[in-house]
Design a protein around this ligand. Structure first.
Ligand code: NDP
Length: 257
């Protein structure tokens, strides 16, 4: 692509100094360098205004060097996340958060898939797990993970249940799953008694335990003996999310050529 003058380029915008977000942004730019994608990082101060942020996004929308734009979430409270995402050119929206891309995912006719749910599907595929006809349970219904995850499993012909904080009998729902995806954000909330023997368990959660160590939503040590396959944290869904972002950036360069 470089030889053809179409080097993929990713612009990552971060506002404020949230340490976790800073690590994510650094890793994204590192991944770009490693595989030869051009990247630009914009670290804006906490007090950045809505107008300043949207003006930067508009500028990047027009920039030929930039094929993908990513605004690291969450944004500081005074900024309107929805309005910022709506400003991104949908053809450069490598996170697939723009409503136009969300709608396209719904009807199964999309340019980009959101990185984390797409990474989960890639893991399932690489592990040769058949989704068609399987009972899939997704715990969590956020716009960036749970909902699109459920939609992708549905597109693969799974029979999908979405659970959330108001779900009654969560343990029973989880126990019915052939494929269980946990995307909640609560340390070890999926315990061994909530998992059907032989189930495939995918842990999206990124939490910190009492010792500050990175861990998922699943009690890995106890569930690993029951599940037929399970993703660890760290080293499971997180790196896949990063890989899909790179894939989306390359795709964006092709689309925007
Ligand atoms: P959100 O906080 O936006 O959503 C959490 C979801 O969990 C909500 O739908 C909530 O329900 C549900 N929930 C909360 N408590 C319970 C409960 N007791 N029982 C059942 N459901 C519950 O989180 P995200 O979707 O953004 O992220 C989820 C996790 O995944 C986090 O740990 C995050 O750090 C991680 N993550 C990891 C990524 C990766 O690359 N590996 C990428 C993105 C996120 P309700 O809607 O009713 O409030």
């Amino acid at each position: 692509m470089k030889a053809e003058g179409n080097c993929p380029g990713l612009a990552v915008i971060i506002v404020g100094s949230d340490p976790a977000s800073q690590v994510y942004v650094r890793n994204k730019c590192k991944d770009c360098t490693e595989i030869g994608i051009y990247s630009e990082e914009y670290a804006l101060p906490e007090e950045t205004s809505q107008e300043e942020l949207c003006a930067l996004v508009q500028k990047l929308n027009e920039d030929k060097k930039i094929s993908g734009i990513l605004v690291q979430l969450p944004l500081p409270k005074h900024l309107d996340e929805k309005a910022v995402i709506n400003t991104i050119n949908p053809k450069k929206d490598v996170d697939a958060f723009h409503p136009a891309n969300v709608g396209k995912i719904m009807i199964g006719d999309y340019d980009f898939l959101p990185c984390t749910p797409a990474g989960v599907m890639e893991l399932i595929k690489e592990a040769h797990v058949e989704v068609s006809g399987k009972k899939c349970v997704v715990v969590g219904r956020s716009n960036i993970v749970g909902k699109p995850q459920a939609m992708l499993l549905l597109h693969s012909n799974g029979t999908v249940t979405i659970c959330h904080s108001k779900t009654k009998n969560l343990a029973d729902e989880c126990r019915s799953a052939d494929i269980l995806v946990a995307a909640v954000g609560k340390t070890k909330m999926i315990t061994a008694d909530m998992v059907k023997p032989g189930a495939v368990v995918i842990d999206v959660g990124m939490n910190h335990d009492e010792n500050g160590k990175l861990c998922g939503d699943v009690d890995f040590e106890h569930v690993k003996d029951i599940a037929s396959a399970i993703t660890p944290v760290p080293g499971g869904v997180g790196p896949m999310t990063r890989a899909i972002l790179m894939k989306n950036t390359v795709k964006a360069a092709i689309i925007n050529k």
